[in-house]
Design a protein around this ligand. Structure first.
Ligand code: ADP
Ligand code: MG
Length: 260
């Protein structure tokens, strides 16, 4: 019989670590299922591919810096009739990410904008795209800081790197002068290359107020809206609805909060 090299060092060298670490179990199972050689090889490769996919996704999720775990499976579409499940499923396929398009989720607080933004970000990661999550305030503060330190270029590259940039909570706090310019530089840099998902409590008509400058807001929107889907979520806050359902808050009080 031909003398072969030891299998384990070869598997290590080929970086087939999932096969290496579970070799005995995998071979036993292949034998039990009476797989032929070709099937056994496919069975081993599948174990390796699944392991590598899982690791890639775990890594992608950790670099994305999502503030919480939110998934499409945990989004109750029945509770939010303003959201079209079909449109969200389409977005989950992440073709818009591949094309470098824009998705704008707008609506009042608590309607699920951040939930959907994170969930769509996760879907993009499982399909192999790099994602970074940030809030609008953090994004602009970091760009302004970098500018002050003469490192704006570096920071713009950092935010231009990921295939999808999620910018949460645009418009909750108004920006200082100069923010619009920085945001514009980033949007121009990413234009038609990287996708952007923005959540906002303000409609696009109010972006001039957010940036304190209509000209810059128009220039930003011109690029963002060129290839875009705008999803407007109406309705009441999911948080308050939950509380009401559980009887924690009396209906009258909730209505008072929602009107204020
Ligand atoms: P927004 O970003 O629009 O202010 P969030 O996405 O933060 O709102 O939603 C508030 C909370 O309610 C979150 O914990 C979110 O997971 C939950 N939530 C909102 N809408 C839904 C929904 N339709 N199904 C399940 N959970 C929801
Ligand atoms: Mg939010």
């Amino acid at each position: 019989m031909t003398a072969f090299q030891d299998l384990e060092p070869m598997l290590t060298r080929l970086k087939l670590t999932a096969i290496r670490d579970r070799l005995d179990n995998l071979l036993d199972e292949a034998a039990q299922q009476e797989l032929n050689l070709r099937e056994a090889l496919a069975f081993l490769c599948q174990a390796e591919v699944e392991h590598k996919d899982q690791r890639r996704i775990a890594m992608g999720l950790s670099v994305a810096r999502f503030p919480a775990v939110r998934t499409l499976e945990s989004f109750e579409f029945e509770a939010q009739p303003a959201v079209d499940p079909k449109q969200i499923r389409e977005l989950a396929a992440s073709r818009w990410v591949a094309h470098g398009d824009t998705v704008l989720l707008q609506g009042p607080p608590g309607v699920g904008k951040t939930h959907l933004a994170i969930a769509l970000g996760r879907e993009a990661i499982t399909r192999g795209y790099s994602v970074l999550f940030t809030t609008a305030i953090n994004l602009v503060a970091n760009l302004a800081k970098a500018q002050g330190e003469g490192r704006l270029e570096e920071r713009l590259s950092y935010y231009s790197g990921p295939k999808l940039l999620v910018v949460d909570e645009l418009g909750y706090l108004s920006f200082d002068a100069g923010a619009g310019n920085l945001f514009f530089q980033l949007v121009s840099r990413r234009y038609e290359k990287g996708a952007i998902l923005i959540t906002s409590n303000r409609s696009v008509g109010e972006w001039g107020e957010i940036f304190g400058d209509n000209v810059i807001a128009t220039a930003i929107l011109d690029r963002l809206l060129h290839h875009s889907q705008v999803i407007t979520i109406k309705g009441e806050s999911y948080r308050l609805k939950e509380k009401r359902r559980s009887g924690l808050i009396k209906t009258a009080l909730v209505e008072g909060i929602e009107k204020s």
